[in-house]
Ligand binder design. Structure first.
Ligand code: SF4
Length: 258
């Protein structure tokens, strides 16, 4: 496989820069010839993406991605990282959506021995959230994702500076990652929820917008950055570490809350 500069004819830079290889270029030219002509159904059924999964946190916006992708490709496994620290409401919502959308949910859990050794009291999140995320999220996902050739993420450009140049297609190590909602705005997501009568996360009405683990998530005020409620104990942390950033490294700490 040969790296070559992006041939993208519109504002959808590869990430990292120049990371559009031959396979991504073929997929993009075939299924995304322009931003007005995105063939998501065709993309999801391309043989290169036969072994595909969705990764979902079952947060406030997750139902849109899950509905969109599984209506086009019903059998797609949905990987859920059960960190052991989720709100009960998130687990209930996961089960509600799984039943309503007939999802094939695959639950991933941290390695018990690693938890015993590194977080015996279950309070690692309070003083070293990066290590906690590594044990409870990054490593379980990295292990599970080895079984797949490609995965679908629900990230969007509007979610902050670290995601502001997010492409629809990208490389994540050896895997292909698809971000179908990369260019969606909050109004698009809201319209999709309404159009398809999708159930809401039970905490959304209580001011929670970006929802992760309970100890690391707070409600936000009206007008506040939706992700400002994540990791309030560590203000410069923006990501859990399961995604690669523009430099090709795992994103964990950089934050811009403008
Ligand atoms: S979000 Fe918090 S509790 Fe969850 S894995 Fe990361 S640090 Fe641990």
């Amino acid at each position: 496989m040969t790296d070559r500069p992006s041939t993208t004819p519109f504002d959808m830079p590869s990430w990292p820069t120049g990371g559009l290889d031959e396979e991504l270029t073929r997929l993009q030219e075939t299924f995304i010839p322009s931003l007005k002509d995105i063939d998501l159904r065709g993309l999801l059924h391309d043989p290169a993406l036969d072994n595909l999964c969705i990764v979902s946190s079952f947060g406030t916006e997750s139902a849109a991605l899950l509905h969109l992708v599984t209506r086009l490709r019903p059998e797609t496994p949905v990987l859920f990282l059960d960190t052991g620290k989720h709100f009960e409401e998130t687990l209930t919502y996961r089960d509600t959506l799984a039943k309503q959308l007939d999802l094939n949910v695959v639950v991933l859990r941290p390695e018990p021995q690693m938890l015993d050794e590194s977080d015996p009291s279950g309070t690692l999140h309070a003083h070293d959230p990066n290590s906690c995320c590594m044990i409870r999220k990054t490593l379980p996902l990295q292990d599970a994702i080895q079984s797949y050739d490609a995965w679908v993420s629900g990230r969007k450009r509007f979610q902050g500076a670290t995601r502001s140049v997010l492409p629809l297609l990208e490389r994540d190590g050896e895997k292909i990652k698809i971000n179908p909602l990369a260019l969606w705005g909050p109004e698009d997501i809201e319209a999709y929820f309404v159009a398809h009568a999708l159930p809401r996360h039970p905490l959304q009405s209580k001011g929670f917008q970006s929802i992760g683990c309970a100890p690391c998530t707070r409600a936000v005020s009206a007008g506040e950055d939706p992700r400002a409620g994540r990791w309030p104990q560590m203000p410069d942390k923006t990501e859990c570490g399961i995604h690669l950033g523009p430099d090709g490294k795992f994103v964990r700490q950089t934050r811009s809350r403008e």
